[in-house]
Design a protein around this ligand. Sequence first.
Ligand SMILES: [Zn+2]
Length: 279
Amino acid sequence: MKLFISLLPILCLNTAWAKNPIQQELTIRPGEVRWIELELPGEDVKLFCGDQRVKLQREGKQVQAFIIQSYFSDLNPFTCTFKQGDQVLADLFFKVENREYPAEKLKVEPKTIKLSPVNQKRADAEQLVLNKLYSLSLDRMQFKTAFQAPMSSAVTSIYGTKRVYNKQKKGQHLGIDYRAAVGDNVPAANAGKVVFSGDLFYTGGTVIIDHGLDIFTVYGHLSKTLIEAGRFVKRGELIGLSGNTGRTSGPHLHWGVKVQGQYIDGDVMISETKKAFKE
Ligand SMILES: [Zn+2]
């Protein structure tokens, strides 16, 4: 009995967080990302959204993470949980709000719609290489500033646009297209490590930057890449020149932002990181 009484305060202390986890209600829309920062104790805090483990970063007393809702997911609502062992430290309840995306029709070279066996083989092989790159993101955020749009020119196709190619093939445009001539400067949207620089079937001349925490940016249709894989770049550093390579209907820059394996809206990544870094 004596032993039981002396253990009691320790038990209470350990279960304080479990009894009173932080609870927050948030909203998100398909194809968007949210920046999350919470003060949480514990060294080994893990974050789960559904059954997916999401990378996070500790900064002193704060834990920081990005939470996404895939363009294609119809999970609504969903919960993300911060845990230490089996203890729940915080529950974030996300309500998914509706977002309507526009539609457009495009004419492109027929050979990029119905691929020849050789091109199909090439595109498939490239996809395997890319999947591998996307599975090896750095564990720490490589940036301490907000993302910035890689070009200040007009946006010619927004993220999420539903597309019909040559009245045949349907798809979604999961990046942002900026008006550009062949040879305009393309800077990095934020600091990170270049993990790919070369030619791909769909996006032509392409640079891919790993920003850490499963966040990547992709710059497509470049006429020239100006940086090698393996190099670290700063925000705004020149990485290539815009162009008309790969599957395009004219010269422009295609900018993709991939987070946790899903392309999300780069404009929302810009606004969320502006909040995060108070820019
Ligand atoms: Zn595009």
